[in-house]
Design a protein around this ligand. Structure first.
Ligand code: PCA
Length: 210
């Protein structure tokens, strides 16, 4: 049977909740999809998150790995296209570590592309009425580290993707964009379902001018 590993993150940066972790819990509670779903909520620490991810990959040998995290300030769900081999932390992680300009995985290439069909995933989420886009930067913090680690360490036959979500409306700071928590969970569920479908990413017009 096909196995999906779906992860979110614990809160960080002073937030009370992390909508990615909440969404993963909701998807797990309601899951009736066509695959075995393994979920976990990762610590927002460079060392701890990567170590936990590697444990999960070894224990479950997933066919699809979809990691999710919060991108506070974004208005849309962002289906990340590329992970860079770089840690450059603007704030300390939850263990107080703040790596600056070091590789995510020493000796690995500079970057790696998502292996889920990113345009199909963004289109499926948008078709459900939830704002979504393909994003070309997952940042240089713990999310990008987990994404790069997953692409590097998962089985070569696995599909690996990362989805950044906005703050949930209930917890968005004053004046900041947010989406309802149920819409975020539905976006994550649709990302899993679309990643399970066979086929390459469709050549939909997209891209970014800047
Ligand atoms: N967002 C952070 C780390 C954890 C999370 O949810 C990031 O984008 O790197």
């Amino acid at each position: 049977m096909t196995t999906v590993l779906l992860t979110g993150f614990e809160p960080f940066g002073g937030d009370a909740v992390n909508p990615s972790g909440e969404a993963v819990r909701r998807v797990a509670a309601q899951w009736d999809g066509p695959a075995r779903l393994v979920t976990d909520v990762l610590p927002v620490t460079f060392e701890g998150a990567a170590a936990r991810l590697r444990e999960l990959l070894a224990a479950h040998r997933p066919d699809v790995v979809l990691a999710t995290g919060l991108a506070g300030g974004r208005a849309m769900v962002g289906v990340e296209r590329v992970a860079v081999n770089l840690l450059d932390a603007r704030i300390p992680d939850n263990a107080g570590h703040q790596p600056v300009d070091v590789p995510s995985v020493s000796g690995a290439p500079a970057a790696a592309f998502s292996t889920v069909p990113v345009k199909a995933v963004a289109a499926a989420i948008a078709a459900a009425g939830i704002p979504a886009e393909v994003s070309h930067s997952a940042g240089t913090f713990v999310c990008n580290h987990v994404f790069f680690t997953a692409l590097h360490d998962a089985s070569p036959r696995a599909r690996v993707g990362f989805v950044h979500v906005p703050w949930s409306s209930d917890y968005a700071p004053e004046g900041q964009p947010g989406l309802p928590a149920d819409a975020i969970a539905e976006a994550v569920r649709l990302a899993v379902m679309t990643s399970l479908e066979p086929g390459a990413t469709p050549a939909l017009v997209g891209g970014a001018l800047h």
